[in-house]
Design a protein around this ligand. Sequence first.
Ligand SMILES: Nc1ncnc2c1ncn2[C@@H]1O[C@H](COP(=O)(O)OP(=O)(O)OP(=O)(O)O)[C@@H](O)[C@H]1O
Length: 387
Amino acid sequence: MANILIIEDEQAIRRVLRNILSEENKSFVVEDAENGKAGLDKMAETNFDLVLCDIKMPGMDGIEVLDQIIAKYPDTAVVMISGHGDIETAVDCIKKGAYDFISKPPDLNRLLNTVRNALDRHQLATEVKVLKKKVSKKYEMIGSSSALAEVREMIDKVAPTEARVLVMGPNGSGKELVAHHIHEKSERSKAPLIEVNCAAIPSELIESELFGHKKGAFTSAVKDRKGKFELANGGTLFLDEIGDMSLSAQAKVLRALQENKITPVGGDKEIKVDVRVVAATNKDLQKEIADGKFREDLYHRLGVIVIRVPGLNDRKEDIPELADHFGSKISEEQGIAPKTINEKAVAALQDFDWSGNIREFRNVMERLYILGGTEISEADVQRYARK
Ligand SMILES: Nc1ncnc2c1ncn2[C@@H]1O[C@H](COP(=O)(O)OP(=O)(O)OP(=O)(O)O)[C@@H](O)[C@H]1O
């Protein structure tokens, strides 16, 4: 179904447009208004997917209507209807944000094509919005502890800069989450965030993974392949578990960071890249440096800003909020009716040792949700949350 509004002062044109659209598709619900004000009044009552708006009208003209629609209903697509002599104005309207324009008298094919395209784009834009909301929900950072407030403050300060960031903290504490927030709040958020788990890639493959390779560079290189640095161009490269990278790969990453250039394996040309690096590790890099396992120069290149994410044991006051958050997430994902968790159960959870951090906490909540009673009790916690 699509709600379409025609704002047009000439009754004959209104009627023609209405008839064409209603006959074209039974799922179009078409309304009309004879002037800008009446149109905007209708918009205040109904959500329209598309507005067809005449440019020249007595009183409020089409440009003014367009301005108001853009300001108040930015998700609604607008197609201008232009008469003789106002094509230039129609073009200006597109620059302002109208989707397209049709000329009077309306040509059937052009009108239908424009309407279909505008509705398609409107639907895509709506879907993108829903997906973005879902993604940003996935990366929600829950907790009001002062430890987490400090992390948030650091993110807000460093995100808009170009500074490299090293995120340190134990397993499952939310380091990847921090990297996502930095990217999303940065100027680079429209470009990709590319993630590399350095611990998961065998050392002989890491170079090709990061810098790409040319066809024939090694036996399995059957075609040219871009590396993560190139894929992240204009955006952010998240080097997770950087402490697990081999010394030879560290040397190459250091060079890439120093020169902002990379050379694909088997290639002879350098490629310029514009990448902001955010790295993360659960290792004590100072100790790794002392043990000769991590390059000190790379540490200084990466860690212009260091953000330390505290483990859950150091912010147990976040547990009630986290329990609620994961509870509603799990109930949604698993299709289980929402449950409550009583105060004693929460207190029991706060008594546990959470060395596996938020990841472990989420798993425990999942167990409690699936196995516990409608109101999760202390007994449930003792029975199902013990490790
Ligand atoms: N403050 C938080 N609020 C809600 N969810 C969180 C929070 N911190 C972490 N999580 C969730 O916990 C899980 C683990 O987080 P994440 O992967 O960011 O940890 P990590 O420190 O990068 O782990 P690893 O060291 O194992 O790579 C993820 O599902 C993440 O969404």
